[in-house]
Write a protein that binds this ligand. Structure first.
Ligand code: TYD
Length: 245
């Protein structure tokens, strides 16, 4: 799917979900587990992951409230920079790239949530990210009341969370579920009520069969642990996890 004439050798995993679903925790847990199993990982997030992306993040989530069309353009501007600067080079090196949110978030939030044309947003995503589609997308699903309650207890609340528009967040959640239903081979949907440990194991199990036949992935100690991902709990061996966050 992502070989593109042999250019991309890595594996592209995205984590998606409504507010408070625990994606960021899982991104870092998964990176630790993969590194322990000998894979080289790059962890990043949207919006963010580059200087431009982090500026956009600060402005959009904490300073201004752009209209939905401007939101869509700005999220995609940050995405375009992230793809060119971080994701594509990491995939070309043969890394497993773990990205906390990607194009499905724009479809769910600006499309299903804020009513922008899904078709137009898909076109915009292609303009920003080219033919880059995740190899696997983990959707951590959670009722919006539960997710927003979790977020209210945390320090950083962004404008999507602080507006507390339950109907908006319900449309976002339903949008994610609709996207997952439409592409069952790309999405794995997990129940966000599970404990972080249970979700971590489920993510690793979803990933294992998809990684095991990808011999082109860059690995440091593959010969020692050919298929060690789900069971491996040992500490990382100092391989390259890039935390662009
Ligand atoms: P963040 O604090 O990272 O939230 P979370 O931890 O839930 O990911 O903020 C990202 C916010 O930006 C989140 O509310 C979703 C929103 N967003 C969009 O509306 N569209 C997008 O394309 C992306 C990437 C994020």
């Amino acid at each position: 799917m992502h070989l593109d004439g042999g250019r991309r050798r890595g594996f592209f995993l995205t984590l998606e979900g409504p507010e408070g679903s625990g994606k960021s925790t899982q991104a870092h847990r998964l990176a630790g587990r993969l590194t322990a199993a000998g894979y080289h990982c790059t962890v990043t997030r949207e919006p963010g992951g580059t200087l431009l992306g982090e500026e956009v993040r600060q402005i959009m989530l904490h300073e201004l409230s752009p209209v939905p069309a401007a939101d869509a353009l700005l999220f995609n501007a940050a995405r375009s920079q992230l793809v060119a600067e971080v994701i594509e080079p990491a995939l070309a090196r043969g890394d497993v790239v773990i990205c906390d949110r990607f194009t499905d978030s724009t479809l769910a939030y600006q499309g299903y949530g804020a009513g922008q044309s899904i078709e137009a947003l898909r076109g915009l995503a292609i303009y920003a990210a080219g033919d880059l589609v995740p190899d696997l997308t983990i959707l951590i699903d959670l009722p919006v009341e539960e997710g927003l309650r979790r977020k209210r207890d945390s320090a950083e609340v962004n404008r999507f969370e602080s507006t507390l528009d339950l109907a908006f967040h319900r449309r976002v959640r339903d949008g994610f579920l609709a996207l997952a239903a439409a592409e069952p081979s790309r999405f794995v949907v997990l129940d966000g009520h599970l404990s972080p440990e249970q979700i971590e194991i489920a993510v690793a199990e979803a990933l294992r069969p998809r990684l095991s036949d990808r011999t082109e992935l860059r690995r440091s100690n593959a010969e020692l642990r050919p298929h060690g991902l789900p069971g491996e709990m040992s500490e990382p061996k100092g391989t390259s996890v890039r935390m662009d966050k």
